[in-house]
Design a protein around this ligand. Structure first.
Ligand SMILES: Nc1nc2c(ncn2[C@@H]2O[C@H](COP(=O)(O)OP(=O)(O)OP(=O)(O)O)[C@@H](O)[C@H]2O)c(=O)[nH]1
Ligand code: SF4
Ligand SMILES: [Mg+2]
Length: 434
């Protein structure tokens, strides 16, 4: 991935949902001006989610997600429909695409109820306007969408404060009536209006301000030390994404970033006139850095910073404290959001299990879940330990955290679990007042 491009996980995710053949793929092609998504009159052409990144003028970096039809049938078809609904878990803004001849029926009602229950902003686009021949389905669809909203007790589009996107810390803004537009991928009718509407929603819901990763914890002019292990994990000439993002955030907040390997940390500290305002370490060398660093210097980890940026830090901190209740033979789920090839002494496969069992004083019953799937039933686990989720957007991470909460299972992340096993958790959470 190019470092000059916004990573997909940091883009506002716009999910395109609707029945087979409704014109979802054609709509994405019309919005992006590219023929990236496969289009055909055979229902069920799109079988897997397709991601298309672009800059929406005035709204910034977004990613459109083309999905399989929500009405797909048969064993495989139903699995595809379920896959489409799963995409809701990482969607910030939904576009409900309606075929003018099918209208608003059961599949649309099911989807819109899901959208409303997640407080997600939604725009409805009735497609193929070039074929309407003077008979507009807009009024009918509009009243059905409105009815679905009023049945749910919600007057209009979602509450930004619960939207879980980049700016979800912002206050709830006034609700507006649900938007229903006519579009044609053939003539381009309504495409500009739809794009403008998405831009308005994104600006309204997520605001212009990108939340800070670390800069809000510091004052302009402060210096932060970034500590990395002796064996850098990135290929030659590169740094890993979280390190790059933290450096950029520090510079944006007029702070100084000093990057140092663990072995050089004592010299770097001795040579600086003022102690750093904060030290951010790779979790793998938490213990060494904790020992080197005087107690007066605040310490945290990249992983904890990203837990705050992407998830719910307070809940993940509660999950980390719940590790103290673990007993030998308890079931622990280790969840990773991507399927990287585990390396020797892998953090999720080897190190965390080893450190946790040492702390608990006996064997634990570990299960691993890797990739985009997440178990439907989490209730059998005593605790969930999630990776940093660098491939997930904030909405997707929050969906996973909420699923754990509904199942009554504490959830934490790798960095906090490591801090706990090394006895550094309270120190690592101190910079956040937790
Ligand atoms: N006339 C007209 N035809 C359209 C329009 N949009 C889509 N179509 C046609 O409708 C059919 C289905 O379009 P797709 O974009 O593949 O529909 P889809 O919703 O992605 O379908 P699946 O991938 O099967 O779920 C194709 O034959 C398109 O050419 C439109 O605006 N006008
Ligand atoms: S933090 Fe999670 S999503 Fe990121 S590379 Fe590691 S396992 Fe994959
Ligand atoms: Mg398609």
């Amino acid at each position: 991935m190019s470092l000059s491009k916004t990573p997909r996980a940091n883009r506002v995710h716009i999910g395109i949902f609707g029945r087979r053949n409704a014109g979802k793929s054609s709509l994405i092609n019309a919005i992006t001006g590219q023929d990236t998504a496969l289009v055909s009159d055979t229902p069920g052409t799109t079988t897997d989610p397709v991601y298309k990144s672009m800059e929406l003028p005035g709204a910034g970096p977004v990613v459109f997600i083309d999905t399989p039809g929500i009405d797909d049938v048969g064993g495989l078809g139903q699995a595809r429909a379920e896959r489409a609904l799963k995409i809701l878990g990482s969607t910030d803004v939904a576009v409900l695409v309606i075929d003018p001849f099918e209208g608003f029926g059961e599949p649309e009602e099911t989807l819109i109820k899901e959208v409303i229950s997640r407080s997600m902003p939604v725009v409805t686009a009735v497609t193929k306007q070039d074929t309407w021949a003077g008979r507009s389905p807009l009024d009918g669809v509009r009243s059905q969408v409105k009815a679905a909203f009023s049945q749910s007790g919600s007057g209009g589009s979602a509450h930004p404060a619960k939207a879980g996107g980049k700016g979800s810390a912002g206050s709830a803004k006034a609700e507006s009536p649900p938007v229903v537009l006519g579009v044609s991928a053939v003539t381009g009718q309504g495409i500009r209006e739809l794009t403008a509407c998405l831009c308005r929603i994104i600006k309204h819901t997520f605001g212009d301000a990108e939340p800070a990763i670390v800069g809000d914890l510091l004052s302009p002019g402060d210096t932060a030390f970034l500590v990395v292990p002796l064996d850098l994990q990135a290929p030659k000439g590169r740094l890993i994404l979280p390190q790059v993002q933290v450096i950029r955030d520090l510079l944006d907040h007029e702070c100084t970033a000093v990057m140092v390997k663990t072995g050089n940390l004592p010299d770097a500290l001795a040579n600086s006139k003022r102690p750093p305002a904060l030290v951010i370490t790779d979790s793998q060398v938490f213990e060494e850095v904790n020992e080197i660093l005087p107690a007066s210097i605040p310490l945290t980890s990249f992983s904890i910073l990203f837990a705050r940026y992407k998830g719910d830090l307070a809940q993940l901190a509660r999950g980390a404290r719940a590790l103290a209740d673990l007993k030998p033979h308890d079931k622990v789920l280790i969840a990773e959001a991507c399927t990287h090839h585990p390396i020797a002494d892998d953090i999720g496969t080897v190190k965390i299990p080893r450190w946790l069992q040492e702390t608990v004083g006996g064997p634990l019953d570990f299960s691993w879940q890797r990739g985009t799937d997440y178990p439907a039933d989490l209730s059998e686990y005593k605790v969930i330990i999630h990776c940093g989720g660098c491939m997930l957007n904030r909405r997707a991470m929050l969906t996973r955290i909420e699923a754990a909460e509904s199942a009554g299972v504490p959830i934490t992340n790798y960095g906090m679990a490591i801090a706990y096993t090394k006895g550094i958790l309270e120190r690592a959470l101190e910079p956040f007042g937790l």
